[in-house]
Design a binder for this molecule. Structure first.
Ligand code: NI
Length: 166
């Protein structure tokens, strides 16, 4: 396993704006990518990471909102319901946080590292993380959707849950 360099919007916008390609083969190289992405996410204290953020244009995402590591290959949101507004951050946009509207509940269909198709329902913060990361696969960064930027240092502890970097 190895840490990968996380691209930043400020300096690597062209790469982060590209659409990632479907994974057609889950080989050793892809498993290494998954391992490296998880290691990189944890090292950066993030709750999610998409392959384009480490310069790999493949539809691969890792997420851990504190409930364990979830790996998604070729993820698609197949159901969405309701809405929620949370404060998001992004490992590719360090030092910034902003309010974004997302569905309250989603169901994501994806493949796991064994090439098995599965569906995973998510709500709350996990739904946010899935939507944020899948956006990255389409070249969309949360800053495109920000309602307003928030200075986390001026927010009291009650609302401090948001702002995790993805
Ligand atoms: Ni992000």
């Amino acid at each position: 396993m190895a840490l990968r360099n996380i691209l930043k919007l400020e300096t690597d916008e062209a790469a982060l704006r590209k659409r990632a390609r479907e994974v057609t083969l889950i080989d050793k190289r892809l498993l290494t990518l998954l391992d490296d992405m998880a290691e990189t996410m944890y090292a950066a204290n993030g709750v999610g990471l998409a392959a384009p953020q480490v310069g790999v244009l493949k539809r691969v995402v890792v997420v851990d909102v504190g409930e364990g590591l979830i790996e998604l290959i070729n993820p698609v949101v197949v159901y969405r319901k309701g809405e929620q507004i949370n404060i998001e951050g992004c490992l590719s946009v360090p030092g910034k946080n902003g309010k974004v509207k997302r569905p309250e509940k989603v169901i994501v269909r994806a493949r796991n590292r064994k090439n098995e198709l599965f569906e995973m329902p998510a709500e709350g913060w996990l739904a946010v993380a899935f939507c944020h990361e899948i956006d990255h696969l389409n070249g969309t960064v949360y800053t495109d959707k920000v309602i307003e930027y928030v200075d986390l240092s001026k927010i009291d502890d009650e609302n401090q849950e948001g702002g995790d970097a993805e």
